[in-house]
Ligand binder design. Structure first.
Ligand code: NAD
Length: 506
């Protein structure tokens, strides 16, 4: 692996690098080798208290939110530049802690993150409000967009650095102070990001990073009485827990949760494009992606032809050492995740699914303990089966036939999730009807996955609510204040008689 030495990092609280009050540490292991690649403090609720106090102090004295907007813009752009300067190191750390292929990390999410940050820094210069007009003849109204306060942010393990950027970007750009918790298995790049943020000139206490287990550190953030908004990217069950805890002080909640994206292929579609698209969108990050195409619905006349194309492309995927630049697919996040995926596949096969390709753990030379799983395609699965209804979060595509447009839309919508979907057709009427009827936060037509820093990403139903990226992300991290100014200078107002006295004469 590229990271030979052990990376030991402390937590960032109040601008200082500190150990946990517990004195305990957690090892970070490579899912490819099983070796320890890093150590971080095992934070506690008491550490969250320290971090919130530091964030609150920085918000109260306005050392960040009070800065001239161009200064804040410059700091965030400097941070984006520093991420690019240290890109190779960040990629190596991300590969070491997640096992994702270096080819993917170095060309996809890590180089995308600086652009996300620059977009957010720029978008903060254009915050607007709709009530800036005169709604009353005697008053002028204006809208102030203010930061919400202290933001608690909890990130997942699949895109550790990029998820951290999606969280801190709009929060900091809007002037909030932050307490951020990376996932327990993947804290290293987030702590490096903290180092870069300090180097970029972010004042101490504005960004605090607490590492540790979700059920202690994450829960302490969600339930904290002095946090104003909590944002989670994670599993839907975790989202339920966060929302319950957040109710304690009625803090705002922003949830980016699981997904189970339908990928609907009509018979008139470019089948090769739809097969290539499904392989890319289904096996991205070994399927550990909330927008990944997982449920492929194919119109019956082209079902077998499509399956043949899909299995042909899937079998070309090279599973291997994540640090080898020619590897397409690295490991899953852990051996536990492999066992989970294997369980789904075995139960689906026992229930009568057809194994088109893959279906078992993959063995990679020189990495006997690696958390590898073969890219897998299962056909003829039942719509109500667990592998169609639940998030597998691994390299497994399920393929089902359909006959009519109505059936495709109904099956596509038949899930508790609502994050993303795609439809493949050459018929503009079919495509646009599907875009309207599919109950998902993003619908692609003849593609699946592309995102840009300027487009909103977020789900419906049990995929959560609120948006990441784009100008819409500022709705989460700003509060709207209405300021109304009386402009006539009259002493007795025309409406006072409604409360006391007689109406004005005439
Ligand atoms: P997870 O819910 O297990 O963990 C996410 C974060 O929540 C981690 O930091 C974890 O430590 C913390 N956490 C866990 N239990 C907690 C609790 N009781 N209280 C507070 N915090 C707690 O999710 P994961 O396994 O890290 O990530 C995979 C999940 O994330 C998948 O469901 C995936 O779909 C989802 N995801 C969604 C998006 C999106 O944009 N919608 C993006 C990426 C990942």
């Amino acid at each position: 692996m590229a990271v030979a030495s052990l990376t030991e990092l402390r937590m960032l609280i109040g601008g200082k690098w500190v150990e946990s009050v517990s004195g305990a540490w957690t090892d970070v292991r490579s899912p490819a080798t099983g070796q320890v690649v890093g150590r971080v403090p095992k934070g506690t609720a008491a550490d969250v208290d320290r971090a919130v106090a530091a964030a609150r102090a920085s918000f109260a004295d306005a050392r960040w939110r009070g800065q001239w907007l161009p200064m804040r813009y410059a700091v965030l752009n400097r941070l984006a530049d520093l991420i690019e300067r240290d890109l190779d190191q960040l990629v190596a750390l991300e590969v070491a802690q997640t096992g994702t292929a270096i080819k993917f990390r170095s060309s996809n999410d890590i180089p995308f993150a600086p652009d996300n940050l620059r977009q957010m820094a720029a978008a903060a210069r254009h915050l607007d409000g709709k009530a800036a007009a005169e709604y009353s003849t005697d008053h002028t109204s204006m809208i102030r967009r203010e930061p919400v306060g202290v933001a608690g942010q909890i990130a997942p393990w699949n895109y550790p650095l990029m998820m951290a950027i999606w969280k801190i970007g709009p929060a900091l750009a809007a002037g909030n102070s932050v307490v951020l918790k990376p996932a327990s298995m993947t804290p290293l790049t987030t702590l490096k990001l903290g180092e870069l943020a300090m180097e970029a000139g972010l004042p101490p206490g504005v960004l605090n990073i607490v590492t540790g287990p979700g059920d202690e550190v994450g829960a302490a953030i969600a339930g904290h009485m002095d946090i104003d908004i909590v944002s989670l990217t994670g599993d839907s069950a975790t989202g339920v827990r966060i929302q319950e805890l957040a109710a304690r002080n009625l803090k705002r909640v922003h949830l980016e949760l699981g997904g189970k994206a339908p990928f609907i292929v009509f018979a008139d579609a470019d089948l090769e494009a739809a097969a290539r698209g499904a392989v890319a969108a289904g096996f991205i990050n070994a399927g550990q992606d909330c927008t990944a195409a997982t449920r492929i619905y194919v119109q019956r006349p082209v079902y077998e032809e499509y399956l043949a194309l899909l299995s042909g492309f899937t079998e070309q995927i090279r599973v291997g050492d994540p640090s080898d630049p020619s590897t397409d697919l690295g490991t899953l996040i852990s051996g536990t995740q492999v066992a989970r995926v294997e369980g789904f596949v075995n139960r689906a096969l026992a229930a009568g699914a057809r194994l088109v390709t893959g279906g078992a753990r993959a063995v990679v030379n020189g990495l006997p303990d690696g958390a590898f799983f073969q890219p897998t395609v299962l056909a003829d699965v039942a719509q109500d089966s667990e592998c169609v209804q639940q998030e597998i979060f691994g390299p497994v595509l399920t393929v089902l036939p359909f006959d009519t447009e109505e059936e495709a839309i109904a099956k596509g919508n038949d899930t508790r999730y609502g994050l993303s979907a795609s439809v493949w057709t050459r018929d503009v009427f079919v495509g646009m009807r599907a875009a309207k009827q599919l109950d998902f936060g993003t619908v692609w037509i003849n593609d699946h996955l592309p995102l840009s820093s300027d487009t909103p990403h977020g789900g419906f139903k049990q995929s959560g609510f609120g948006k990441d990226m784009s100008a819409y992300s500022f709705d989460e991290y700003t509060r709207i204040k209405h300021v109304m100014v009386e402009i006539t200078g009259a002493t007795a107002k025309g409406w006072h008689h409604q409360i006391w006295g007689d109406p004005p004469e005439g």
